[in-house]
Design a protein around this ligand. Structure first.
Ligand code: CMP
Length: 492
């Protein structure tokens, strides 16, 4: 055994190296490193097995077989050492966040393999590969023809590496394929699409086709959307509604700002373009989906019509259907602000409310903004938030209301209200209240008291105090603001 070990010290070195690489593979989280090491370990194990066979059968094999066996274990050892050294070197390069494409690894591996194989073959088999390669013109032509496509792909892959129109991890479009580059190899480049399909594109295609790269050093990338709107809606109204809908969409960059342009007069609609920017192309589908969803709600509220290409004739009556009116009346009856109104007055208010729909995540009113609308939640849920960063102070559902404070006092909105789910609201504006006060001047006083009471209750809830403070001075202050806003007589 000692004899074996003494004459086979490189066998021990090889086996120990294989063990060390195996341990490194176990503890490293780098998948590329793991893959590279697997090749090196296999080569070193092959070397160890062949070397032991060679030692065990020493002298018993015919000289030709012994020479081949010697050639194989020497090649396996040399290739294993090269592969280990390159794996470690590329791992260190990756630690500095530099990508190491597969084609580069393969090229390094195979160049070094060829360099060490020539002298080993020469000493073991007495064959001079350099002479063979240099003199055999016919072999070169045959190989050249057979590998025409493969070599074309190989050189195209090399030029992709040198030019670097994209790297692993970039989002690209090539022909009809869009995806993230997952591998650049010596024959082909592989991309992963949004549907997680892997598309393998021969490198020659990349050198012939236009390649769009959406990942330029983290710079914003622009995306365009087109939609058509009825000729009835003035372009400035449409553009303002679109820009408002685009506010606060997650992953849509506020800078560079999104733009909406009047694009074309089509047969049955005016076409508009929206150009917006995202920081990472990976978000493009989600952002686009959110834009279409918000546009639907925004357009619906603003009465902006997306015409159908087929000409459908809609006959509209201004009146809402009777079942809908009954539903509105019964909802308004539950609102304490209207508790002192007669059934006839409630009917009057119900005929003037505007149903509004908001999509999940849309802002309904913003803290600090001016406001002259009041909302009753008909379905869904809204979140009332104040401060910066915004903190939720309350959630309101069916039958609850908000927006009364600014409407009645003219003060800026005291909170931001955001739709928590798809929400339907009844919107009531200041003229409706003005008509109510005209008919029932005493209501102004009652509403001031109610408002003051709600305010102190809200304040007490916010401060987690069990008792609410005296609301009479607040009621007087609100009443005086209310009289100013609605130009009421002082004896109201
Ligand atoms: P307004 O100030 O017009 O706009 C924001 C609205 O949020 C406000 O009217 C109230 O209706 C509502 N609001 C403010 N604070 C609270 C709160 N703490 N709880 C419930 N609703 C609130």
């Amino acid at each position: 055994m000692t004899d074996f070990l003494q004459s086979n010290w490189f066998l021990i070195v090889g086996a120990l190296l294989a063990l060390a690489l195996f341990a490194a593979r176990l503890f490293s989280a780098d998948r590329e490193f793991g893959k590279d090491l697997r090749g090196a370990i296999v080569l070193l194990l092959v070397f160890a097995v062949l070397r032991v066979i060679d030692w065990a059968l020493h002298g018993q094999l015919p000289s030709g077989a012994a020479a081949w066996l010697g050639l194989l274990w020497r090649l396996a050892l040399a290739f294993g050492l090269i592969r280990s050294a390159i794996s470690v070197m590329l791992y260190l390069v990756r630690l500095r966040r530099v990508q190491t494409p597969k084609i580069l690894r393969d090229l390094l591996d195979f160049s070094l393999y060829a360099l060490v194989a020539i002298p080993i073959v020469k000493t073991q088999l007495r064959i001079d590969l350099t002479g063979l390669l240099a003199t055999s013109a016919i072999v070169s032509v045959v190989i050249g023809l057979a590998l025409q496509d493969t070599l074309g792909n190989f050189f195209a892959g090399l030029s992709v590496q040198l030019e670097r129109p994209f790297q692993v991890g970039d989002w690209v479009s090539i022909k009809e394929h869009t995806g993230r580059v997952v591998q650049i190899a010596w024959r082909a480049t592989r991309i992963e699409t949004f549907r997680k399909e892997h598309v393998t594109l021969p490198n020659q295609i990349l050198s012939k086709e236009a390649v769009k790269n959406y990942s330029r050093a983290g710079l914003p990338v622009a995306l365009d959307l087109y939609f058509g709107v009825s000729y009835q809606n003035p372009p400035n109204q449409v553009k303002a509604a679109v820009l408002e809908a685009l506010r606060d969409i997650p992953n849509l960059l506020p800078d560079p700002p999104p733009r909406c342009r009047t694009w074309h007069f089509d047969e049955s609609s005016v076409r508009y373009q929206i150009r917006y920017f995202v920081s990472d192309f990976a978000h493009c589908d989600n952002v686009m989906e959110e834009i279409w969803t918000r546009l639907w709600y925004r357009f619906r509220r603003a009465g902006i019509e997306i015409p159908y290409p087929q000409r459908v004739m809609h006959l509209r009556s201004g009146e809402s259907p009777p079942e809908q009116r009954t539903e509105v009346v019964s909802l308004l009856r539950t609102v304490d602000l209207f508790a002192n109104l007669s059934p006839g007055d409630i009917e009057g208010v119900a005929s003037q409310v505007m149903p509004r729909q908001f999509g999940r995540g849309e802002s309904i009113i913003s803290e600090g903004a001016a406001g002259n609308t009041f909302y009753v939640v008909s379905s869904g849920q809204v979140s009332v938030r104040t401060g910066s960063p915004p903190i939720e102070v309350s959630r309101l559902g069916r039958g609850q209301y908000f927006g009364e404070m600014s409407l009645l006092t003219g003060e800026p909105r005291s909170a931001t209200v955001v739709a928590e789910s798809d929400t339907e609201l009844l919107e009531i504006d200041r003229p409706v209240f003005a008509r109510m006060f005209e008919a029932h001047p005493e209501l102004a006083n009652q509403l001031s008291a109610l408002l003051a009471h709600r305010r102190s209750a809200l304040r007490a809830a916010a401060e987690s105090s069990a008792t609410s403070s005296d609301s009479a001075p607040e009621a007087r202050r609100i009443f005086s603001r209310l009289r100013q806003i609605f130009r009421l007589q002082s004896d109201a």
